[in-house]
Design a protein around this ligand. Sequence first.
Ligand code: Q46
Ligand code: ZN
Length: 275
Amino acid sequence: MKCSRCGSDAVIFYPQSRQALCTEHLQEYLLRKVTRAIRRFKMLERGEKVLVAVSGGKDSLLLWYLLKELGHTVEGVHINLGLGDYSKLSEEVSRRFAERIGCRLQVIGVEEDYGINIVGTSRRLHRPPCSVCGTVKRYVLNKAAVESGSVLATGHNLDDEAATLMGNILSWNLEQLRRASPALPSNHPKLARRIKPLIYITEKESATFCLARGIEYVLPECPYSLAARLAVVKDALARVEDKSPGTLLNFVDSFYRKRPEFLRSISFWPSLLFP
Ligand code: Q46
Ligand code: ZN
């Protein structure tokens, strides 16, 4: 298959538009998608410092790479979660990538620096590991961003965002749906602004580009990821996307476009349900 723009070997095919792209043109397309997300949700001002939360997975490395290509001032922060071989490998891969792109990476160990053992704490509190891990990650990442005076960027992609929104719809978590945003403002000096510049980039585009560009990323999943309910929703949505490409983009994009209308309508629901 040849690239529809330049005729060299293609690495990805888009069935909706019947376009194929080579690595260079895929990069150009992904940079446009990130720029569009940054502008549409007013994620960054020129010159603002960005701290990328780097897990060692494909999305966070792609995010770091693309923001650097766009000329933003970026540094990375990696949290070693103390989850055995998975955490060791994640830290190694993150460090290697930082060296490759010539950026500073701050590494924080939850055990070494905070004395927290995620699995032990989750057992003691009778909570799933992901719940403890999520809380610890949010705290540590926020602190690192506030201390460095940066906006915190995370590698959530379109599939992640769609799964989060769908998960909140399935449980009718109206408060989360009201607050959801790819660009969360800071309403306190100790709260960093948080942005998700990969919101228009699919998991498939992310994986394809990393492979094509030779970006080494952590392949094994976290040993606890399958237990996460979100993984089930994500899996179901991936099958929908496979049968009907473009569904996820339409779902997420339409949610944010129609949200004001949606919020107005849900504010009437209680009076309709409980007259
Ligand atoms: S790292 Fe932590 Fe994730 Fe592993 S324990 Fe769960 S939340 S799955 S993204
Ligand atoms: Zn091309």
